[in-house]
Design a protein around this ligand. Structure first.
Ligand code: FCB
Length: 435
């Protein structure tokens, strides 16, 4: 059995729009994901998050599940339009009450809350004014951050500003697969810049507001590996790393965009104002990596011998270890957490139980990779499985199940999977090890 430090944080992650439901309850405003999922043709099966896991009403049951699994930490996100229905101005106290109760319930069970301020559900009222494409978003996000950190900062120390700026910018504004569904490359690049400046502004707010704050950001990273290591494949892999990953890592951890990528985009590159790069590259107390799979360049179809998830993502943990070590070697980084990692498989319920050995194998091999990376010097402090519950998987709707707990979306019954039981045993065993 691989060893982890005894204070290693074992958790699970979710996001507001994917689990809460209650899309217009108690004064919540419309978000871009409400609008998008209510637009026919955007989501497989025209699914939407109106009810999702009904976590808004069932959070106590879900916190009980977390305790049964033995989680030490829970990563969730706050729905901006639930607490400020129009994005700016009037506060919805009932919305804040929900997060108040959730945090209290977590703390009662000794589960450390990790709050993400933005996991994609922008208030529609702000989108109507240009959303992340309008520079005003920086101040609006800072004000929202101030509100939440003042209300919850006495109990929440761990804050993340954004979840996956790459996905927000490029799937929301370039490919249009996600809300707000725009297809404009220059806009998507300007959005990525506004996201990063807003992140930095929110970091300043968190520092000013929360005593002993642990302020960070969550970034999704896909490494590219090559099939035949030809010069051409290696060049493609390099370019993809630069444009997808370094485009976010460099500004945050080095204070500058990668020069080759700026040159590549030319006139489409974002407009950067004086002071922006210093604002973006504020010191962080931690950062989160969401890791699912690698890209394989030069593979004409599936990689021979490899297994694939329901998302079509390869199961291959050695690439995870290599990427963690690479990050450690190339950047000066604050402590790192894996804030999402997991797999979707076609789960089947039998006798009120789901036997999901493939998910167990995915988790086991990826935890092994982490242990190896730690042994090689990577400062990794915690792990959050994606996800606690099956949930609304964005453009894929409810068809892709990532949970370690199964949800029957007809009855809202929560059903244990083997992977949840396995994770519970794993956590118990590792917490008993001497430091
Ligand atoms: C990540 C998202 C998360 C979930 C997983 C599968 O990109 O952050 O909400 O959808 O993918």
């Amino acid at each position: 059995m691989n060893t982890f430090p005894s204070d290693f944080v074992w958790g699970a992650a979710t996001a507001s729009y994917q689990i809460e439901g209650a899309w217009n309850a108690d004064g919540k405003g419309e978000s871009i994901w409400d609008r998008f999922s209510h637009t026919p043709g955007k989501i497989i099966n025209n699914d939407n998050g109106d009810v999702a896991c009904d976590h808004y009403h069932r959070y106590r049951d879900d916190v009980r599940l977390m305790r049964q699994i033995g989680l030490r930490a829970y990563r969730f996100s706050i729905s901006w339009s639930r607490v400020i229905p129009n994005g700016v101005g009037a506060v919805n106290e009932k919305g804040i009450d929900f997060y108040d109760r959730l945090v209290d319930a977590l703390l009662e069970e000794n589960i450390e809350p990790y709050a993400t301020l933005y996991h994609w559900d922008l208030p529609q009222a702000l989108q109507d004014k240009g959303g992340w494409g309008n520079r005003d978003i920086i101040g609006q996000f800072a004000d929202y951050t101030a509100l939440m950190s003042k209300r919850l900062g006495d109990r929440i120390k761990y804050w993340a500003t954004l979840n996956e700026p790459w996905v927000i910018a490029f799937m929301g504004h370039r490919s249009g697969e996600h809300a707000p569904g725009l297809k404009d490359e220059a806009l998507s690049l300007q959005v990525s810049h506004h996201l990063l400046v807003a992140h930095g502004a929110a970091i300043d707010v968190l520092r000013a507001t929360v005593r002993d704050v642990k302020a960070g950001i969550v970034i999704n990273l896909w490494p590219s590996e090559t099939m035949h290591n030809t010069e051409q494949e290696l060049q493609i892999a390099h370019d993809m790393w630069q444009r997808d990953n370094a485009w976010f890592l460099d500004p945050i951890f080095r204070g500058s965009y990668p020069a080759d990528v700026l040159e590549f985009y030319g006139a489409r590159a974002p407009k950067i104002l004086p002071g922006d790069m210093a604002q973006i590259s504020r010191d962080l107390d931690w950062w989160g990596v969401n890791y699912y799979a690698r890209h394989m360049i030069g593979a004409d179809g599936p990689v021979p011998g490899s297994e694939y998830t329901e998302m079509g993502w390869e199961v291959y943990a050695p690439a995870f270890e290599r990427m963690l070590v690479r990050l450690h070697n190339e950047y000066r980084l604050p402590p790192m957490y894996i804030t999402e990692n997991g797999a979707a498989f076609a789960d089947v319920v039998e006798d009120d139980y789901v036997y999901d050995p493939r998910r167990v194998n995915y988790l086991e091999t990826h935890l092994d990779a982490m242990a190896n990376a730690i042994a090689r010097g990577v400062d990794l402090r915690g792990y959050f499985v994606w996800s606690l519950l099956d949930n609304f998987e964005w453009a894929f709707g409810y068809g892709k199940r990532f949970g370690i707990i199964y949800i029957d979306f007809e009855t809202q019954q929560r059903i244990w999977k083997e992977s949840a039981k396995w994770y519970a045993n794993f956590i118990r065993a590792h917490q008993m090890q001497p430091a």
